[in-house]
Ligand binder design. Structure first.
Ligand code: ATP
Length: 331
């Protein structure tokens, strides 16, 4: 899908109507959205440029060939049950980045326990200004604000702990064999399937606000994969049917995250170390470490410590790596 093409709110309104996979006449679509039939045709052409495939049946109407159920707040809240009232959940059609948007809002209002999920991110971010690729209908991208009484030092292991919550949620949702890769990736058979981005602001000794951003590939088309310089995969490759229900999947994730973050706020990362190591794709494996100056170091993964640092064995010498600086690859 072309990341540069822009879908308007009207485009999303039309696609939501077509997401049932049935035929809709141009006339009915025009009446429902208050525009002319010519405009409907024009907007739907733009959605084709954004990667949706439409069937146009002469004299009858339009049908979405590979319909995706859209993100829907009511469906998320219903699936979340008891946890839902403790979170503020908002679904947006399109934002630059859900984390960027929550950061902007944090400057003027409380975003603690606020969830922002977007159908489409046009400028998703990774660490250190890297790009996160997402497509309308085929990604799950959201951010959650969480206020901690403690400061940044206490939150050093937060991105690893969030990985544990995601692993638990994906297990519960029926996706097997998804593992973590230090510090902030989710992988399936060593192909990247998701990422976590934590941004912290506040006083060094606390309180601090964490904006927790998550991106998961649900159905990532090959055109989008071309932008990504490492092996990637998506949930549809593991289980197509389950992958379709992003609302239910998000509910699983939010429930696990909520419980985990409450515990993290009391006890930090230490209680999650053993489980994190069990879920680590490179635990006890030889690895290469890509350092910021472009050089590469090698070693064997020993594990992680209670602050979330990676411990490597380099020919008998123990080395501690903190996240934010390096990328890890299989040795
Ligand atoms: P790495 O994943 O290379 O170890 P990183 O953890 O610093 O590095 P992140 O900040 O998590 O990377 O994410 C940005 C990187 O992830 C991009 O540079 C790109 O290689 C990759 N990427 C971007 N979009 C996706 C996506 N949808 N799925 C998988 N990988 C992606």
């Amino acid at each position: 899908m072309a990341a540069t093409s822009v879908l308007s709110p009207l485009g999303f309104a039309l696609l939501r109507r077509l997401s049932d996979g049935k035929l809709h006449s141009g006339e009915a679509l025009a009446a429902a959205t208050g525009v002319t039939r010519a405009r409907v045709s024009q907007i739907l052409s733009a959605s084709e440029a954004a990667g949706f495939t439409l069937e146009r049946v002469r004299g009858v109407g339009y049908r979405l060939v590979d319909p995706v159920p859209f993100l829907d707040r009511d469906a998320i809240v219903a699936a979340l049950r008891a946890t839902a009232p403790r979170l503020k959940i908002e679904v947006a059609d399109s934002v630059d980045s859900t984390s960027t948007e929550l950061l902007r809002r944090a400057a003027r209002q409380a975003v603690d326990r606020q969830v922002l999920v977007a159908e489409w991110q046009t400028a998703g971010r990774g660490r250190r200004g890297r790009k996160w690729t997402a497509v309308a209908g085929g990604s799950l991208t959201f951010s959650l604000g969480w206020r901690f009484e403690q400061g940044a030092g206490f939150l050093a292991g937060l991105s690893l702990a969030v990985g544990v919550a995601l692993g638990r949620a994906l297990d519960a949702a029926g996706f097997k064999d998804i593992q973590l890769k230090w510090p902030n990736d989710l992988v399936h058979r060593h192909c990247k399937i998701g990422g976590i981005l934590i941004e912290i602001s506040g006083d060094a000794l606390g309180p601090a606000l964490a904006i927790i951003g998550v991106g998961l590939n649900v159905r990532l088309p090959s055109t989008a994969r071309r932008d990504i310089a490492q092996p990637v995969t998506d949930l549809a490759a593991i289980d197509k049917e389950r992958a379709l229900d992003r609302n239910r999947l998000l509910a699983f994730i939010l429930a696990e995250l909520y419980e985990l973050l409450e515990r993290y706020a009391r006890e930090g990362f230490a209680p999650f170390v053993a489980e994190w190591q069990r879920r680590h794709a490179l635990q006890k494996k030889p690895v290469r470490v890509l350092l910021p100056d472009g050089s590469v170091a090698a070693g064997d993964v020993v594990g992680v410590d209670a602050s979330g640092a990676l411990v490597l064995d380099q020919r008998g010498r123990r080395v501690r790596l903190v996240s934010g600086e390096v990328s890890l690859r299989r040795g």
